[in-house]
Design a protein around this ligand. Structure first.
Ligand SMILES: NC(=O)c1ccc[n+]([C@@H]2O[C@H](COP(=O)([O-])OP(=O)(O)OC[C@H]3O[C@@H](n4cnc5c(N)ncnc54)[C@H](OP(=O)(O)O)[C@@H]3O)[C@@H](O)[C@H]2O)c1
Length: 329
């Protein structure tokens, strides 16, 4: 059967983006064929769409690391036709055709049943970005983050991971400080639950001192680079930073001083290869104890017609909240 997909192709002049009709027979082998209802736009999809070899090496290609849909055909005993499923990460949208097409065929081990308490649509308002925000908070709590240790800083606060992190932390009762480059989004961040809004320069123009004033009871960092390490330098004694992103830089200008003088921790967070059982545990939290009311406040609805423009916006750092692709558009 033919289906609609965004296709990225490599040409002499660069990478093209076209909405085309494809055939199910063009999809790779796999035991689950899924009718994709929703996907979402993550920074990594924009890297794939612009030919970043660290994400996608084979073209033509359909990005989309997030998939929410209905099983059409299953060769696995774990799923039956008609089941609603969510699949994020692993190789989806990297070198396996992803959720920016109306059909995907993937191994059953990459999918989880839609968690009770979330609709397919809500699962994609969260998507990889929201899942990763929850994974950061879960890891910080396992490392001892507590509400009475001081405010929790979120960097890149208006972005996908950042905005869900602000909302989740506020929902869980933490005091939240949001670091942002978008002064005009203060009302959005306040609505999500940020108590303090700090301009990005707060963690850029701080000089070369080995330590900064102790402020944060924890940090969710989505940007990397200088901001990440200045946030480490301003953690309170014994507290932790969860690092998941690199939009500012993959390089960290670091010394050992915060670690050996303040007993702080730098925690790594990866949503992609996280074992399926741990993925299911985070989805259970997001659909129950950590369920966010008012998810719609985070959403920008995208269609095949507006997707390419949104890819340019996220690459330029101008995205606010979460772009959700409605595949029926
Ligand atoms: N480890 C994982 O498993 C995992 C999973 C998901 C995402 N990620 C990574 O997390 C990062 C964020 O992803 P996303 O989907 O949330 O992207 P996004 O929606 O584009 O959000 C990134 C935000 O960072 C801020 N920003 C952009 N450029 C910046 C710069 N040069 N310096 C400082 N801040 C900047 C902007 O927010 P403000 O204007 O508010 O500052 C932007 O909205 C990406 O690097 C992505 O690859 C990793």
């Amino acid at each position: 059967m033919a289906f609609k997909a965004l296709l990225i192709d490599k040409t002499d002049g660069g990478f093209t983006r076209t909405v085309v009709m494809r055939e199910e027979s063009e999809l790779p082998a796999g035991d689950l064929l899924i009718d994709v209802k929703y996907s979402s736009l993550n920074y990594k999809d924009a890297l794939s769409a612009t030919g970043n070899p660290g994400v996608t090496r084979k073209f033509p290609h359909t990005p989309g690391i997030d998939v929410a849909g209905v099983v059409l055909h299953s060769e696995s005993s774990a799923f039956r036709p008609g089941d609603e499923v969510v699949a994020i990460g692993f190789d989806i949208g990297m070198n396996t055709p992803g959720g920016f097409g109306q059909r995907v065929r993937i191994p059953a081990q990459w999918a989880v049943p839609l968690p009770h308490g979330l609709s397919l649509h809500e699962s994609m308002i969260l998507g990889t970005a929201g899942f990763t925000a929850a994974l950061c908070i879960d890891k910080l709590e396992r490392a001892g983050m507590r509400k009475d240790n001081g405010p929790i800083l979120v960097t890149g606060a208006t972005g996908g991971v950042g905005s869900v992190a602000v909302a989740l932390l506020a929902r869980l009762g933490y005091e939240v400080a949001a670091l942002t480059g978008k002064a005009d989004q203060a009302a959005f961040l306040t609505t999500l639950g940020a108590g303090q809004i700090l301009p990005r320069e707060t963690l850029l123009e701080v000089g070369n001192r080995p330590l900064l004033k102790e402020q944060w009871g924890g940090v969710v960092d989505t940007v990397g680079g200088e901001i990440l390490f200045n946030a480490v330098k301003s953690l309170r004694y014994g507290c932790s930073l969860a690092a998941c992103g690199l939009v500012a830089s993959p390089n960290i200008p670091a010394t050992v001083f915060p670690f050996i003088l303040r007993h702080v921790n730098l925690l790594g967070v990866d949503s992609v290869e996280l074992p399926l059982a741990q993925k299911e545990a985070i989805w259970r939290k997001l659909s129950n104890a950590w369920k966010l009311e008012g998810l719609a406040a985070l959403e920008h609805r995208l269609s095949f017609a507006t997707l390419s423009n949104a890819i340019d916006r996220i690459l330029a750092g101008n995205m606010v909240g979460r772009g959700v692709l409605d595949l029926s558009s």
